[in-house]
Each structure stands twice: as C-alpha cells, then as structure tokens.
Write a protein that binds this ligand. Structure first.
Ligand SMILES: *Cc1c(COP(=O)(O)O)cnc(C)c1O
Length: 343
C-alpha cells in the first residue's frame, strides 16, 4: 500500500492523537477503551472528511476545477469541511443541502455546520428530503458546466474510492501508532454513514494483514444495505490500491440497531453517550454520527457483546460543530444549579 502514488494535498493535522479513555472505561466497568481523535484533523473544527478531501481536492486541483460541488444533509460535516478546504485552495464551493429531518428549528437550519459553510464563503441551495441526491448533484454539475464553470463534483460524504484512500491512510497510521506503543487492539468501532470511512479503514487493515475487526454503527440505512454499500466501496478501493480481492464480504460488519427514528434525529441513548464523553473525558461527540456510534459502543459493552477484557479503539469521526444545531435536544435551561455547599 503505497499511497504516495496518488495525488494528495497534505492539509490535515496528522497523525491524530490516540488516547486512553480511563474514566469512561472505569464507568463502564469494562473494556480498555482508547479513542482515535479524528475530530482533531484540524480543518474548521476537524472531522473525518478532511482525510478524504486530501485525496479528492488534489484531484480537483489536478483537473483545474474552479468550483467544487457537493451535497449532504443540512447539518453536513462533509459540506463544512469541503467549504473550508475549497477556501484554502481558492476554489469556489457550492453545496446542495438535503432536508432529511424536517426540523424548522433555526438552530438546525442556520447554526452549526450551516453557519460555518457560509462563513467559509460557500454557496448553497436546498432540496427536500428523499430525492436521489447524487442525481441532483449530476444535474447541478451540468447546469454549472453550461455556465462555463470547471466543476469537480464530490459525492455525498466524499465516499468514492478516491476519498476512501484517506481511511486506508488512517489504517496505516493507527496500526503504526499501536505498534509503537505496544497496544494490541481487539477491535475498532465507529459511526458509519456514506460508507467511505469504513470501506477505506477495512481495506487498509486487510491490506496490512492487521487482523483487527471493524464494527460500523449505522446512522441511517438498514444493515444489509449499509454492509453492501461499504463492501462495494471497499472492493473498488482495493482495486484502486492494486490489492483487489483483499476484502471479504464477512470483513464488513455493521450494526444498525442504534439509528432510532431516523437520520439526524437524536435518541436518548445518543444524548446519554454525548454527556458521558463530555463529562468523563472532556470530549465532544455529535448528535448525528459519533453520538450514535458511541451509544452503540456503550450498549454493546453493557450487554457483554464487547468483552470486558478487550482493548477497543473508538474512532472519533468528529461532528461537534453540529451540536450547535441541536442545543434544544438537551433541554438545559439558562442556569444549572451547583450542588449545595456542605455547611
Ligand atoms: C460523515 C461522518 C461519519 C460517517 O462517515 P462515512 O464515511 O460517511 O461513513 C461519521 N461521523 C461524522 C461526524 C461524520 O461527519
């Protein structure tokens, strides 16, 4: 796996830290938990899309693009990181934002990631939920090309074989960190959505023969659909890397029991996980992805499906900017009373 064969713009703050979560491990009475801090990739509050964009934006620049076009949900972290990366390169950014939740809360529609998209100078148009957004993306790309723009279109989540290279790179980085400190990892758990993170990670780990299973916690699609899309992308990524066939169907495992009512709708378990990470580890998760991923991790530990003697790495994929779109979900008032002083 020789990633220098692919065009790349080195913009992410790498390697991201790999840290123990001692208080959370103790609270759960169980596995030794570590966290891989891909919320700390450095670009506009960080997140997993930055690793993918290192490869995608290098292609955009090589093709002479003057505009990058992408799509995502209203509170898309991918859109925010794309807007920031484009700003850094001096390329225009236009985004199609899909209303997947129906929320009319101004915090959701205008704060958090949406605010940052515009702060980075991106333009956006909205779409109702449920459309074929990649078809919408193609149509918008055609329209902009007809206006004379040189468009580089990035699929939702930056999830194609080029973007997934960013997570093959993360696999290399994580295995190297674990080897350096003698940390034997039994499994990796993370939130999976548009599939590029898990596909790249699994492909990279298989190519390295690392023997570390990955569990994706779904945030939207049912299990068969999620696993199929990760597997298809992993196969295409392996082809691109020149190691076709390295990923088997059973290497791709997703648990989609923690989606709740739907994409972008936080569950009580998700909110509990966000509070646990915030209050025991000082780490910010998000209500759409990493909060649900952590809710899955915590529940599987409590049910004993993840063993107490395991060493588990939670890959923190970022998203904390989205918290500001969901402040109301936590129900905090203007003041929170301190514990009464002991007389
Ligand atoms: C996009 C995203 C994910 C999911 O990654 P995919 O590559 O789309 O599967 C997880 N967490 C956060 C915070 C994200 O923004």
């Amino acid at each position: 796996m020789h990633l220098a064969r692919f065009p790349r713009i080195h913009l992410a703050h790498l390697p991201t830290p790999l840290e123990p979560m001692e208080r959370l491990s103790k609270e759960l009475g169980g596995p030794t938990l570590w966290i891989k801090r891909d919320d700390c990739t450095g670009l506009s509050t960080g997140g997993n899309k930055t690793r993918k964009l290192e490869f995608l934006m290098a292609e955009a620049r090589a093709e002479g693009a003057d505009l990058v076009l992408t799509q995502g949900a209203t509170q898309s972290n991918h859109a925010r990181q794309t807007a920031a990366f484009a700003a850094k390169l001096g390329i225009d950014c236009h985004i199609l934002l899909e209303d997947r939740t129906g929320s009319t809360d101004p915090a959701y529609t205008a704060n958090g990631n949406v605010f940052l998209d515009f702060l980075h100078g991106a333009t956006a148009e909205t779409r109702p939920g449920g459309l074929d957004m990649n078809a919408e993306l193609e149509a918008a790309a055609e329209r902009l090309r007809a206006q004379g723009r040189t468009v580089y279109a990035i699929p939702g989540g930056g999830s194609n074989p080029t973007g997934a290279l960013g997570y093959a790179n993360c696999a290399l980085e994580l295995v190297h960190q674990a080897n350096e400190r003698g940390l034997r990892i039994d499994r990796i758990v993370h939130a999976t959505g548009s599939a590029g993170t898990q596909a790249g990670l699994v492909t990279g780990l298989q190519a390295l023969n690392a023997g570390i299973p990955v569990l994706g916690i779904g945030v939207r699609a049912p299990k068969p659909k999620q696993e199929e899309s990760v597997y298809a992308l992993a196969c295409a990524t392996a082809d691109k890397l020149g190691c076709a066939g390295v990923v088997a169907r059973e290497d791709v495992v997703a648990n989609t029991d923690y989606v709740g009512p739907g994409y972008g709708v936080p569950t009580p378990e998700c909110l509990e996980a966000i509070e646990l990470f915030a209050q025991l580890e000082g780490i910010l998760l998000d209500p759409v992805y990493s909060g649900k991923g952590a809710a899955g991790l915590i529940d599987l530990i409590r049910k004993g499906e993840i063993g107490r003697d395991e060493t588990v790495v939670f890959l923190h994929t970022g998203g904390a900017a989205g918290l500001f779109g969901y402040v109301g979900a936590f129900g905090y008032g203007a003041a929170k009373a301190a514990p009464e002083a002991v007389a």
